[in-house]
Design a protein around this ligand. Structure first.
Ligand code: KG4
Ligand code: ZN
Length: 338
């Protein structure tokens, strides 16, 4: 069997990343230059700052990745880069770099959907694991990131049937907004998780939007309930119990995500569940899914949950072997659905 090595490039938001994947699963090297410190003072990602920083980091991160993998350009078979969705100014930096390399080195270029990338993080063999088997189809994929929350049924590679999605805020967005309400630093997900460690998850009974009879999600009511509770306590001159609120909020999000995903997994009789995207780094969410015991579940290790290029390279590999090569004159798609 011929080996295929894909160089992945990711720059859709605030991480500049490159990675090399061999045959879809074997991670040879992965580098991520994060801009979190840069954006912290703005309380969120500042698009112009992000794209400027990507411009500075993109070539060094690619060079570093090849060095780490002990590879030269001759060892690379194709370039896969995130085409969307994401911030336009950030996407173009990575995507244009990919186009330039593809042209100069005469390599095939593959445009990868960032959401598809997150799902394919479950196909990347974790560096420490020696007993890795990729997910078996049909798969129920729960994608929970900063911009998206959706349930996709996958009956085969590159085959997505979107069953439902959030009608308002994404799960990660809810974490980020509620963190801000509680005065916790950006990014909100890790801050809430940390605050929740010393909190009581049953202290507040925040609402769970069940949206019975469908597979959609809604998190704006939960966010509003947190806001209302804070306001009432402030009016009453009470101290805000940040840890208890963080824990109760987190519990509500995890409850809704787990319940709906399990119901969909049963309904569509899948073999496995995949949980991916930045929010899948959440400890409470991970233990809820690994503890359910009904379906085998793939949740990538933390360094593959948040934005990275290994997942882009893996998705790129499956596109490559299925003949999905793109032309060099295509453009980024900031609102590209999966
Ligand atoms: O997938 P990602 O890195 O970027 C997007 O594609 O959006 O996801 C970022 C989101 C942010 O909203 C962040 O707060 C959330 O993932 N996140 C977490 C955790 N780590 C990151 N949410 C909850 N718990 C975490 N530990
Ligand atoms: Zn992402």
């Amino acid at each position: 069997i011929k080996t295929a090595r894909i160089l992945g490039i990711e720059s859709s938001c605030d991480e500049t990343a490159a990675a090399v994947i061999e045959n879809g699963n074997n991670l040879l090297a992965s580098s991520v230059a994060t801009q979190i410190e840069l954006h912290k003072k703005f309380g969120g990602v500042f698009p112009e700052v992000a794209s400027r920083q990507h411009t500075l980091s993109i070539y060094p991160i690619i060079e570093e990745t090849l060095l780490k993998a002990h590879l030269s350009w001759d060892d690379i078979d194709a370039i896969a880069a995130t085409r969307g969705p994401g911030l336009a100014g950030s996407l173009v930096v990575g995507f244009n770099a990919a186009k330039g390399i593809a042209l100069a080195r005469n390599l095939p270029l593959i445009g990868v959907n960032h959401l598809e990338g997150h799902i394919y993080s479950a196909w990347v063999k974790p560096e420490i694991s020696d007993r890795f088997t990729p997910p078996e189809f049909p798969v129920m994929a729960l994608l929970v990131s900063g911009g998206h929350t959706e349930l996709n049924l996958m009956e085969g590679h590159l085959n997505y049937r979107r069953l439902g999605a959030t009608l308002d805020d994404a799960a990660g967005e809810a974490f980020d907004k509620v963190a801000r309400l509680l005065g916790l630093p950006y990014p909100g997900g890790p801050s809430i998780q940390k605050a929740a460690e010393t909190g009581n998850p049953t202290a507040f009974n925040f609402p769970r939007a069940r949206l019975e009879g469908g597979w959609d999600f809604s998190f704006s009511g939960l966010k509003t309930a947190v806001l209302r509770t804070i306001k009432h306590m402030e009016e009453d001159g009470k101290d805000i119990p940040v840890a208890d609120m963080a824990a109760s909020f987190q519990e509500a999000v995890v409850d809704v995500l787990l319940t709906k995903t399990m119901a969909a997994a049963r309904e569509y009789k899948v073999k496995e569940i995949v949980v991916a995207g930045g929010v899948s780094a959440n400890k409470a969410l991970r233990s809820a899914f690994t503890g359910q015991g009904e379906f085998p579940v793939h949740i990538p290790p933390l360094y593959l949950c948040t934005d990275n290029a290994a997942m882009i390279a893996s998705a790129g590999y499956y596109r490559f072997v299925h003949g999905h090569i793109d032309s060099l004159d295509m453009d980024v798609l900031p609102n590209w659905p999966l």
